[in-house]
Design a protein around this ligand. Structure first.
Ligand code: NDP
Length: 475
């Protein structure tokens, strides 16, 4: 008896992923550095399907049918390298080694190159959906060779979430493409969560609603265009009462948001690629600000505004602002995928990425169908904001959006996500930007040159001379 696929690293994710394979009828080899976890899996869930437990790397590899397919589910970084080093020498050309952890895409590129030289297909697969997704159907973003996907893909598609019968798993592109897309997914997740948190703050601090009342507002929104997993769980969290104190749960939690780093990677990468992902950046910085207890403690007494009047349709306005800001955040994230794809020659199908995020993952939502449709209309759209449907919706939302940002500003409620999304929208819309002045400043102090609107060429003004003559520098 040989296994169709194997999983090493039976932590929170690996264990459930292995069970998912087994539940779908695949004989699955299981292995963990600490054997107790393998035994625990067999004892608790061994009856769920055909598991082949292995106590050593050698036994694990020997139990896999050729070409071997094995998934590594351990922490990103040195742990992943250690496991690759342990297993790669035991594999043969043609075997497929999948890293399902949250690796940095540059690490995946490095590992793919090294293993390709040894004839091993290295597949960096982004997996989203957390513990439950791994078990019941995650969203899977596999990179690597097409050849590897031909035999591995059908198994992954089988265990992935399905929406309208379509699996939330599709080939992303060569080497690091899968982990790159997973990274941007997480960045978008940060932005989406921040926008929802700002909406909560506006309704709580601005409109004086209670957490259970706000939960009801979110439940209503969840029946419309904002219908999504994140809105759904937000309502759950807000309606939860702390057992110990009887207070709303959200009031007993320390207001300092933590992060594991994928949002930060997204922004760092975006800076390198020159993609303005302001929504994701604001979300990462908002978590960072929340964590600076020291600064917050000394600044708490700073003076604020005298107050603000909120309109009676405030909650509806917030819904409009949230939707419009969300469109901007997703537009930015997809631009980052587009830029990564161009930079590394991945040829990523953006519509397919929207399709596989519809289910299984944290940002799953009906909304993603609209993005898929937008890329069906124009696969190379420069920005999703110019898609006719999004343009109409955001255009219709903008008055409320502006009112909310103004009201928040007047009330002294921080809305970095809403405000920066609106500024981004206005910047893209603008006929002229003050960037022309910035170019003038740069030329003045550093002779950095500029281009003119009326003729070709690169120019410098000799600012130090009395009549400031202009010279062409590229002639
Ligand atoms: P856990 O902490 O639950 O499990 C980690 C596993 O890695 C354990 O099986 C551990 O083995 C093993 N391990 C750690 N270091 C080594 C090493 N040097 N050599 C061999 N094995 C090692 O992690 P998760 O399951 O939560 O996460 C696994 C991966 O999945 C991570 O990359 C994570 O970022 C990613 N991920 C996690 C999600 C989540 O919701 N938790 C969602 C999506 C992706 P041992 O038992 O011997 O310590």
């Amino acid at each position: 008896q040989q296994a169709v696929i194997g999983v090493t690293g039976l932590g929170v994710m690996g264990r459930n992923l292995a069970r998912n394979f087994a539940r779908h009828g695949y004989a699955v080899a299981v292995h963990n550095r600490t054997e107790a976890k393998t035994k625990a899996l067999m004892e608790e869930f061994g009856h769920e399907g055909e598991f082949l437990p292995a106590g050593s790397a050698e036994a694990f590899v020997a139990s896999l049918a050729r070409p071997r397919k094995m998934v590594i589910m351990v922490q990103a970084g040195p742990a992943t390298d250690a496991v690759i080093e342990e297993f790669a020498p035991l594999l043969e050309p043609g075997d497929i080694l999948v890293d399902g952890g949250n690796a940095h895409y540059l690490d995946t590129r490095r590992r793919e190159t090294a293993l390709r030289d040894r004839g091993i297909h290295f597949v960096g697969a982004g997996i989203s959906g957390g513990e439950q997704g791994a078990l019941e159907g995650p969203s899977i973003m596999p990179g690597g060779t097409r050849e590897a996907y031909e035999s591995l893909g059908p198994i992954l598609e089988d265990i992935a979430a399905k929406v309208d019968g379509v699996p939330c798993c599709a080939y992303v592109g060569p080497d690091g493409a899968g982990h790159f897309v997973k990274m941007v997914h997480n960045g978008i997740e940060y932005a989406d969560m921040q926008l929802i948190a700002e909406s909560y703050d506006l309704l709580r601090t601005g409109a004086n609603l209670t957490p259970p009342q706000i939960a009801e507002v979110f439940r209503t929104w969840n029946t419309g265009r904002l219908d999504s997993y994140l809105i759904d769980i937000t309502a759950e969290v807000l309606s939860h009462t702390d057992h110990a104190t009887g207070e709303p749960f959200v009031d007993v939690v320390v207001d300092q948001a933590e992060q594991k780093g994928t949002g930060r990677w997204t922004v760092q990468t975006a800076l390198d690629l020159g993609v303005p992902v302001t929504g994701i950046a604001e979300a990462v910085f908002a978590r960072s600000i929340s964590g600076h207890a020291d600064m917050r403690a000394v600044a708490r007494g700073l003076s604020g505004p005298s107050g603000a009047e909120l309109g009676s349709s405030f909650a509806d306005d917030v819904e409009q602002a949230l939707y419009a800001s969300k469109v901007v955040a997703y537009a930015q994230g997809f631009n980052q995928i587009q830029a990564g794809s161009a930079e590394y020659g991945w040829d990523i199908d953006l519509g397919a990425m929207a399709t596989i995020w519809r289910g299984g993952c944290i940002i799953r939502a009906r909304f993603l169908d609209r993005i898929r449709a937008a890329y069906e209309t124009d696969a190379r759209a420069a920005t999703l904001l110019s898609d006719a449907n999004f343009a109409a919706e955001v255009g219709a939302a903008q008055d409320s959006w502006r009112d909310v940002v103004v009201a928040a500003t007047r009330a002294g409620i921080p809305v970095p996500g809403f405000a920066s999304a609106l500024s981004y929208y206005d910047a893209l819309r603008a006929e002229r930007l003050p960037a022309a002045l910035v170019q003038g400043q740069r030329d003045f102090f550093g002779a950095h040159t500029y281009r003119r609107v009326d003729r070709e060429g690169v120019y410098h003004t000799q600012w130090e001379l009395p009549d400031r003559p202009e010279i062409r520098t590229d002639a």
